[in-house]
Design a protein around this ligand. Structure first.
Ligand SMILES: NC(=O)c1ccc[n+]([C@@H]2O[C@H](COP(=O)([O-])OP(=O)(O)OC[C@H]3O[C@@H](n4cnc5c(N)ncnc54)[C@H](O)[C@@H]3O)[C@@H](O)[C@H]2O)c1
Length: 246
């Protein structure tokens, strides 16, 4: 697969995390200029020390002033945006059945995993329309396609992310904007922290390739979808899961 992001300007959220960090490293290696955003200022500092040229912005994307600060940083650094990667997300409560959930916990997951990506999409669309196009890549999940017991808010948020992807693709295709999602299988990042080992072993036993993914294997697909090589890929939800969902 050849994919170059030379001359492109990208905003990557959740950049201090496992998949987001891998996306930033690959984007920069492929020639993109990147604004890396996260809540985690220390994590962004480590990323900036490792990846030459990357710009960073510490912001909470669930807060209106966080989104405003991000786009102020984007406008200040580059004055335009070609690519948005809606990657930031949280796992939420893992051991509760629906009737045991606090609705506040549900609201927190939906705010981070669905409302914030919509707010960021709303902010980039007028800029991309004015520029004649752009690419948005959202992080969905197989959990948004098949219900996973006891992770209801996460599954529901990722099902919403899938429809946000399709809705954006269909409404803005004529504006030259593509929107796709990657649905990673279980990937080796901090989002798995706290998952009981027995549960992880069960998951691995159901993956035909016999292992979980590494973040860079997910980032490779995100680079492709963000690049002009994917010029007719639009509204797609791409599983990267070692054949688990096949
Ligand atoms: N790891 C997996 O198995 C897996 C599988 C499917 C989908 N995903 C999705 O991939 C994406 C990245 O997850 P990851 O596995 O790299 O997790 P991670 O926990 O390593 O990274 C997530 C990052 O998002 C940031 N973040 C969370 N809420 C934020 C907010 N309100 N504002 C700004 N930043 C915020 C966190 O600080 C963190 O750095 C998520 O959307 C996740 O749902 C992960």
């Amino acid at each position: 697969m050849t994919a170059s992001l030379g001359g492109k300007v990208a905003l990557v959220t959740g950049a201090a995390g496992g998949i987001g960090g891998a996306v930033v490293r690959r984007f920069v290696a492929e020639g993109a200029e990147v604004l890396a955003a996260d809540l985690d200022a220390a994590g962004l500092g480590r990323l900036a020390a490792e990846v030459p040229g990357v710009r960073t912005c510490t912001a909470d994307i669930t807060a209106a002033d966080g989104v405003t600060a991000l786009f102020a940083a984007m406008d200040d650094a580059f004055g335009r945006i070609d690519i948005l990667v809606n990657n930031a997300g949280i796992g939420g409560p893992r051991v509760k059945r629906l009737h045991e959930l606090d609705l506040e916990e549900y609201d927190a997951v939906m705010a981070a995993n669905l409302r914030a990506p919509l707010a960021l999409t709303q902010a980039v669309l007028p800029r991309m329309i004015a520029a004649g196009g752009g690419a948005i890549v959202n992080l969905a999940s197989p959990a948004g396609m098949h219900a996973v017991p006891r992770v209801g808010p996460y599954s529901i948020s990722k099902a919403g992310m899938i429809m946000l992807t399709k809705q954006t693709a269909k409404e803005y295709a004529a504006d030259g904007i593509r929107c796709n999602a990657v649905a990673p299988g279980v990937t080796d990042t901090a989002i798995l922290d706290g998952l009981p080992k027995a549960h992880l072993d069960q998951i691995v036993a159901m993956i035909p390739q016999g292992r979980i993914a590494q973040p860079d294997e997910i980032a490779a697909m995100i680079v492709f979808l963000a690049s002009d090589a994917a010029s007719f890929v639009n509204g797609s939800i791409v599983l990267v899961d070692g054949a688990a969902g096949t």
